[in-house]
Design a protein around this ligand. Structure first.
Ligand code: HEM
Length: 494
């Protein structure tokens, strides 16, 4: 048999390269690997075989490894992560050594649809967005604008729709209802116009569909190597093709709204009209009253706020209603509290506790991601190299026995309420649902206001029953949803 010297050299070089890469990876993660690091596939096999219940699986694996460990993805994909649910690590990353942990260029690339808004920005750009939005979010007039908008939408749309569903004895996907409700109120509070996607005939509203599709494509980019989605984008196929089309539709929707708001602003300025306004209108005024605030800046801000606010509230309300419907004693206590509140305007402490408890068990954003700038050692002792990606599992944190006790898998609003009947403060690096440190969610207070209005109105008027045997499991997606929606039927309260 004849062997060509070049072929022998090539095969030999390939074997050396293979062995070198294999042992280099093993050396890198010989400390704290989660799983066996297989040639080529890395640690993906157990993840792929548990994809259906990925969050519960990751929680179990994290707890078996003391809360932190290393995950190595397939070779040459750079999908390598330090994964943690340790509150001390979270505190370190989000607050103590905040400057060392950024969203980073890869995050911005994956979320490029959001432009340069607060969600993707780092350093000075982030500081600028943060202080501007912080000042707007904390004004009394914006808070009352949001509250009034949500109240009106509940009265004019949500209650009539639920009446219609009840009258016709229909089953409905409550998650879909919240999705549409929140899309409409997010449009109203940010852009000042309501696309009316929530209606009895569940109309197809192009901008709503496009926004959801952009979100799905962004998630897809998280799940495949960068080179694959980049190639798909270059070829204009698959999820990337869908992304381009959906992006165009939603972008146009935003820019049209911005153009009409600018016209309205000049009219309002002429009339010296200072009524309560939507966020972008207030922002245009704040920016020195300029009518020519950069469209891109306004568009990126609006897109970021849609991303921050729409799916999170939908997710929180959906899981809350499922938990309440399956825990009649909690439901009875909330109803009792609503009754007292209507009579004496008492604070809704129990409802607040129940919402926190739903957010603990089902955090709307189940995973957060950070990139290290410099070498560091986490409080758990795990080493972090420059450029290292860190995944923080909010889902696993909410089910951490050491933090929440042996009953951490149970839905118990009481754990949030002190003996004096007040809400117990839990530091944000433990109750991490709204993020922690300087990048804590800016919409936290507004979210509680909105969720309480919606929960109170629905629960006071209707009894929500989950359709028997309807499957309930969380999705693997950016926002934690119920895979098959929340199928319910409703009856009027007597
Ligand atoms: C239940 C509802 C909500 C939850 C659980 C929630 C949770 C979060 C989380 C986990 C982050 C950090 C995301 C990251 O850095 O990758 C965040 C950031 C943010 N959220 Fe929320 N959010 C909610 C509602 C809202 C609403 C309604 C708004 C306003 C429209 C909002 C505005 C923001 C903003 C502006 C940021 C960026 C903060 C920064 O980077 O400095 N959120 N939120």
């Amino acid at each position: 048999m004849l062997f060509y010297p070049q072929a022998i050299i090539t095969v030999f070089a390939a074997i050396v390269f293979f062995l070198f890469h294999y042992y280099h990876r093993r050396r890198c993660c010989k400390k704290h690997p989660f799983f066996t690091d297989w040639p080529i596939l890395g640690m993906t096999p157990p993840i792929l075989s548990n994809l259906g219940q990925i969050h519960d699986y990751v929680s179990q694996v994290l707890h078996l490894h003391g809360g932190t460990g290393n995950f190595l993805g397939p070779w040459f994909t750079q999908m390598n992560y330090v994964v943690t649910c340790d509150p001390m690590n979270v505190h370190h990353i989000m607050s103590k050594n905040f400057v060392n942990y950024v969203k980073g260029p890869e995050f911005r690339e994956i979320f490029e649809a959001l432009g340069d808004g607060i969600f993707t920005a780092d350093s000075d750009m982030w500081k600028y967005h943060r202080s501007l939005l912080h000042s707007l979010f904390t004004t009394k007039s914006f808070k009352s604008f949001v509250e009034n908008t949500v109240q009106k939408k509940v009265a004019s749309c949500l209650i009539p729709l639920l009446d219609h569903i009840e009258r016709h004895g229909m089953e409905v996907d409550l998650q879909g209802v919240f999705n549409r409700f929140n899309f409409d109120t997010t449009c109203s509070t940010i852009l000042g116009s309501d696309p009316k996607s929530l209606a009895a005939d569940f109309p197809k509203v192009a901008c709503e569909r496009a926004f959801s599709e952009v979100g799905e494509c962004i998630f897809y980019r998280h799940t495949v190597p960068r080179s694959i989605w980049k190639l798909q984008r270059w070829l204009g196929i698959g999820a990337e093709k869908k992304m381009v089309e959906a992006f165009k539709v939603f972008d146009q929707f935003l820019l049209e709204n911005i153009a009409s708001m600018k016209q309205e602003l000049s009219k309002k300025n002429e009339e010296n009209n200072k009524e309560e306004d939507c966020l972008l209108m207030v922002l245009m005024r704040e920016e020195d009253g300029k009518e020519d605030v950069d469209d891109k800046f306004l568009r990126d801000t609006a897109f970021s706020l849609f991303a921050a606010g729409r799916d999170t509230i939908t997710s929180a309300l959906t899981w809350f209603f499922w938990l309440v419907a399956t825990h009649p004693s909690v439901e009875a206590k909330i109803l009792e509290e609503i009754k007292e509140q209507k009579e004496s305007n008492k604070n809704q402490v129990y409802l607040h506790g129940a919402l926190c408890e739903a957010l603990r068990l089902y955090p709307p954003i189940p995973l957060d991601r950070k990139q290290a700038i410099k070498q560091d050692v986490l409080p758990s002792g795990h080493e972090v190299s420059p450029g290292c990606m860190i995944l923080l599992s909010l889902y696993a944190m909410g089910r951490h026995e050491a933090m929440w006790g042996k009953d951490c898998w149970e839905f118990k609003p009481e754990r949030w309420i002190s003996e004096r009947g007040e809400i117990i403060h839990v530091p944000s690096y433990k109750f991490f649902g709204f993020n922690a440190g300087p990048r804590t969610c800016l919409g936290k207070d507004l979210s509680f206001i909105q969720m309480k209005i919606i929960a109170t109105s629905i629960m006071w008027n209707y009894h929500v029953h989950v359709v028997e045997d309807h499957p309930i499991s969380p999705t693997f997606s950016i926002a934690l949803r119920i895979r098959d929606g929340l199928k319910v039927w409703i009856t009027k309260r007597g």
